[in-house]
Design a protein around this ligand. Structure first.
Ligand code: TYM
Length: 378
């Protein structure tokens, strides 16, 4: 079975167990899950239902927290277009971690990466997407005094020394084998991984990075060089991919209109998309469905409810039972999902109207510190 998972391409049926072996990460086992929940004083649906499934050094992060050494969070977004529901999954979990552990969070907007990646993409479009993505991110409710959101093209003047420190330690041969660069790759992309590693060095504490597993290659390289710069190896917590509407397998991606629900989709569009495209685990006819029951494990509407939209454990198991027994039809299941997504997006729209983006980028306590900070070359 062919599977490709890189920061820029996810192809084939994804075998998450195999990824753990191939990437050399660790499975999130019940012991470590219990430990996070104990220290956080609660549980999060994305962890409870195993959507976050793999990690690097999470045990050390928790140990540092217990020993009062602390840690910080780092995640990001590449503004290649509007954001879809999949992109906010790691962000919602990050928000929970920030709330529960009271730590600083850095969010990198890689406008440079998206410019370098595709020659046909104009800077004007990237400017527009960056602005709207940043608004979406800030509206999710992070702590404005403990969160710094920055665009690489703007913040690069501060972090250039750090970029130099990192990039002189990484060879072409390493990034070629880790990221799959080829002769046709442009030199900007070849050095870009060093820029995505910079924020892991923003504090002398351990850095914990929540994201889907596709971003892990950066941390692999970071971990090889971190200690030679006098910093700690980055820790990570990896999620699976929210599947596209059209298939129970794979990754919701920005390249297919019908397979994604966008944060700016209106109520009618959400309904139309789910009703028309959501892959169903139901049977051919109502009669057959009533008799044989549906298959929640392949039904994308059910998967989305289970992953994120229905947090109540009793409700999700009764939906699953009713669907399996044929008591609930696909149309009814889809209605539940439409209602949940629209309620989430309705709140999100309201939050966007109220949020003060400048606080996250320039004026909040952490943002101000980061603009005043001097990064030095050793
Ligand atoms: P980007 O914009 O491709 O993705 C942003 C975040 O969303 C995750 N993601 C998904 N998660 C669940 N289901 C999906 N279908 C799905 N699609 C994408 C990604 O794993 C990522 O966490 N270069 C990065 C931006 C970046 C970054 C970081 C990301 C800079 N620094 C640190 C994570 C951590 C990018 O283009 O992400």
């Amino acid at each position: 079975m062919v599977q490709t998972v890189t920061p820029w391409e996810v192809k084939g049926e994804i075998d998450y167990k195999r990824l753990i072996t191939e990437f050399g990460t660790k499975e999130i086992n019940p012991t470590i899950k219990d430990k996070i929940e104990e220290l956080a004083g609660g549980s999060h649906v994305l962890l409870r239902r195993n959507f976050f499934f793999s990690h690097r050094d999470l045990n050390l992060v928790l140990r540092d927290y217990e020993e009062k050494k602390g840690f910080f969070l780092y995640t990001g977004r590449g503004p290649s277009g509007p954001m879809h529901i999949g992109h906010i999954v790691p962000l919602l979990f990050t928000k929970w971690l920030q709330e529960k552990f009271g730590v600083n969070l850095y969010i990198q907007i890689t406008d440079d990466e998206k410019f370098l990646l595709k020659r046909e993409r104009s800077w004007e479009k990237i400017e527009k997407d960056s602005k709207s993505n940043i608004l979406d991110i800030c509206a999710l409710g992070f702590d404005p005094d403990k969160t710094f959101v920055f665009r690489n093209s703007e913040y690069i003047k501060k972090i250039y020394p750090m970029f130099l420190e990192i990039s002189r330690r990484i060879t072409y041969s390493t990034v070629k084998s880790v990221f799959g660069f080829v002769n046709e790759s442009n030199v900007g992309m070849i050095s870009f991984p060093a820029i995505q590693m910079v924020p892991t060095f923003f504090e002398k504490k351990r850095c914990l990075i929540p994201s889907a597993i596709d971003q892990d290659p950066y941390w692999r390289v970071q971990r090889d060089i971190a200690e030679t710069i006098g910093y700690q190896k980055a820790a990570a917590i990896h999620s699976r991919f929210l599947p596209p509407l059209t298939s129970p397998q794979g990754k919701m991606s920005a390249s297919s209109e019908e397979s994604a629900v966008w944060l700016n989709d209106d109520e009618k569009t959400v309904k139309q998309k789910v009703m028309k495209y959501a892959f169903s685990g139901g049977r051919e006819t109502v009669e057959e469905h009533r008799r044989r029951g549906g298959r929640p494990e392949v039904d994308v509407s059910f998967q989305w409810l289970k992953i994120i939209f229905e947090e109540n454990d009793n409700k999700i198991s009764s939906i699953s039972e009713d669907y399996k027994k044929g008591k609930m039809l696909t149309g009814e299941l889809k209605e539940i999902l439409v209602e949940k997504i629209n309620s989430f997006l309705g709140n999100h729209r309201k939050n966007k109207e109220k949020v003060d983006v400048d606080k996250f980028m320039y004026k909040g306590k952490l943002a101000k510190n980061m603009w005043e900070k001097e990064f030095e070359i050793s």
